[in-house]
Structures are given as structure tokens and as C-alpha cells.
Design a protein around this ligand. Structure first.
Ligand code: CUA
Length: 335
């Protein structure tokens, strides 16, 4: 029983330490800085705690040895070591707290220094329950728009601006940095400096409605060359349909319900209220990290989105089998 309980406690505690979503991963400059500060706080606080416990143990031991009671204390002389011990203890507390204040000040300064001149600026707009991602550039023809995924070049300082279209959400990629709220009517931001290439998972960290728990995003930190390749591919319009099945899917997607909400670059589908689908099939997941990207999940998602992610804003369109086959074939071609 105790072993089972211990196992359960440990597994819950360590659930936050999985590779792709790990607050102690430290793959970003801010995250690493925070872990250093956290460790320092832990060490200082542990030493203080042990000193308090040791003091308590000594007091208890003395009381037993001398057989003192509460009444005795009125007549009991203050031991000559008590006064200097109290002075040392007070000094220790003042020094300990001051050291912690100085450490957090420098940690904060160092975070700000990492990204004073961001080389890349993104705007992430939160929606119930997905992330709209835009890479901002001075040249409007070079703006990339995607959804529920962010690619970042390793070692490049990035500024991410945050907006929200509905309620308060919170952007959290534990491996890279701390949380930042996305607030309707306001712009907030976070500076990132990813230091280790890899795949990470971000998660909305502020309760924002029924599908809050299914509002994740995929972060890919890659070499500069890989990032530039990805960026160049994202700039291209959607791939034209190649087979007759894909063509049927293209016709459906661009003339029927899908086009009301979704944008597919280079086609007549130009809806703006749902995720951009121009390079949909190049992503790792469907529905903001809810399902891995594969054929089976695509069928399930389009046929009955509410059973996959209850409450989400995608209606059940009620496609017949040929329409569903065609649409899946077309969406899978949108690499
Ligand atoms: Cu968005 Cu929780």
C-alpha cells in the first residue's frame, strides 16, 4: 500500500519532468537562468531550514536534560549563550534574505540582457482553443502565418508578442521560459533564446474554457539552415492538387464550409477565424496538439470534431464518404 502510494506520488511529481514538456529542462536561456536561481534559493532555504531544526532539537534536548517546566522558566536565568546566538541568528536571516534579493535582481538583469536585440519577432494570438502564429517582417511578402506550431532557430534571440481574441490565456513552453498571459485588448511579450535544438511542447496555462486542457502547441527548435528551409517552404502558396481525388478535395475545401473559416494560401479559401491550413500537413499535430498528425486522426477529426475535442468551434459538417476521402486526400497534400 505504502509502496503503491509512494510510486503514485513520485509518478505525479515527475510527470512535469518529461523531456518535451519539462520545467527543469533549461533548453532556453530564460529557463536555464530560472533553474539556477531556483537551485540557489533551494540551497539557501534548505540550509536555513536545517539550522532551525537543529536549534529546535538542541532546545528540546536541553529541556529534557535539565528537566525544566514552563513554570521554572520564570526563575530560570537566561543562559549566557542565548543573547549572542540570537544576534548571530538575526544576522544570518538578514544576510540570507539580502543574498536572495541580489541573486534574483541579477537573474532578472541577465534575462533582459539575453534578448535586447531580437533577430526575430512573432505575434501569437490566442483563440478558444488554438494559437495563431505570425512571423512579422518589415516586408509584407515575407510574413509567414501558421497555427499551433512555432519553429525557432537555435541561438537566435526572439521576441514573441501576445494578443488574445477572446479570454485570457497563458503561453507556456516550460523547456524554454516561464509563463506569459495573453490578455484581450492588451499586448504582452516574452523574450526567448532557445539554446538546444529539439521538439518541445507548449501548453495554455490559464483556464480559458472547456477545451483549455487541449490547447497545446508544438515548438521546433532547429539549426538556422533548417529554420530557413522551413520558412521558405511556409512562404510558398499551398501545393496545387495532383490527383483527381485531391482535386475533388480542393474543390470542397475552397468552395464549401471550410473556406468560411480557414485560409489556404493561394486558393479562394480565405477565412480568418480558424487555423491557417496552407501547410497543414507539415505540422506534427491536429487541433492544437490534441491528436498526432496522421490519416486516421484526420478522418476522425473532420468527421466528428466534437468527439475529439469537446466544445471546440469546428462544427460537424456532415460530409458523405466520398467527400471525406477527397478532403483528407487534399489536406494530406498540403505539406
Ligand atoms: Cu487557452 Cu487555457
Amino acid at each position: 500500500m505504502i509502496r503503491r502510494l509512494l510510486g503514485l506520488t513520485l509518478s505525479v511529481a515527475l510527470a512535469g519532468c518529461e523531456g518535451t514538456q519539462n520545467a527543469l529542462g533549461g533548453q532556453g536561456a530564460e529557463g536555464a537562468n530560472f533553474i539556477r536561481l531556483f537551485t540557489f534559493f533551494m540551497v539557501v532555504c534548505t540550509v536555513m531550514y536545517l539550522l532551525v531544526i537543529a536549534g529546535l532539537a538542541v532546545a528540546l534536548w536541553r529541556r529534557r536534560r535539565e528537566g525544566l517546566t514552563v513554570e521554572d522558566r520564570r526563575h530560570h536565568q537566561m543562559s549566557p549563550v542565548v543573547r549572542p546566538a540570537l544576534i548571530v541568528w538575526t544576522a544570518l536571516i538578514v544576510i540570507g534574505l539580502s543574498v536572495l534579493v541580489v541573486a534574483s535582481f541579477f537573474s532578472d538583469r541577465s534575462n533582459a540582457a539575453h534578448t535586447r536585440r531580437p533577430a526575430l519577432t512573432l505575434t501569437v494570438t490566442a483563440n478558444q482553443w488554438w494559437w495563431d502564429v505570425r512571423y512579422d517582417t518589415a516586408d509584407p511578402s515575407k510574413i509567414v502565418r501558421t497555427a499551433n506550431e512555432i519553429h525557432l532557430p537555435v541561438g537566435v534571440p526572439v521576441q514573441v508578442m501576445f494578443k488574445s481574441n477572446d479570454v485570457i490565456h497563458s503561453f507556456w513552453v516550460p523547456n524554454l521560459a516561464g509563463k506569459q498571459d495573453l490578455i484581450p485588448g492588451r499586448t504582452t511579450d516574452v523574450q526567448l533564446l532557445p539554446r538546444t535544438a529539439g521538439l518541445y511542447r507548449g501548453q495554455c496555462a490559464e483556464f480559458c474554457g472547456i477545451a483549455h486542457a487541449l490547447m497545446a502547441l508544438d515548438i521546433t527548435v532547429e539549426s538556422k539552415a533548417d529554420f530557413q528551409r522551413w520558412y521558405a517552404a511556409q512562404l510558398r502558396p499551398a501545393a496545387p492538387p495532383k490527383t483527381s481525388l485531391q482535386l475533388a478535395g480542393y474543390r470542397y475545401a475552397t468552395t464549401r464550409e471550410c473556406a468560411t473559416c480557414h485560409n489556404i494560401g493561394g486558393t479562394p479559401a480565405s477565412g480568418q477565424v480558424a487555423p491557417d491550413l496552407t501547410h497543414f500537413a507539415s505540422r506534427r499535430s491536429i487541433a492544437a496538439g490534441t491528436l498526432p498528425m496522421n490519416k486516421g486522426n484526420l478522418y476522425g477529426w473532420i468527421a466528428d470534431p466534437q468527439s475529439q475535442k469537446p466544445g471546440n468551434r469546428m462544427p460537424t459538417v456532415g460530409l458523405n464518404a466520398p467527400e471525406l476521402h477527397a478532403l483528407v486526400a487534399y489536406l494530406e497534400s498540403l505539406k
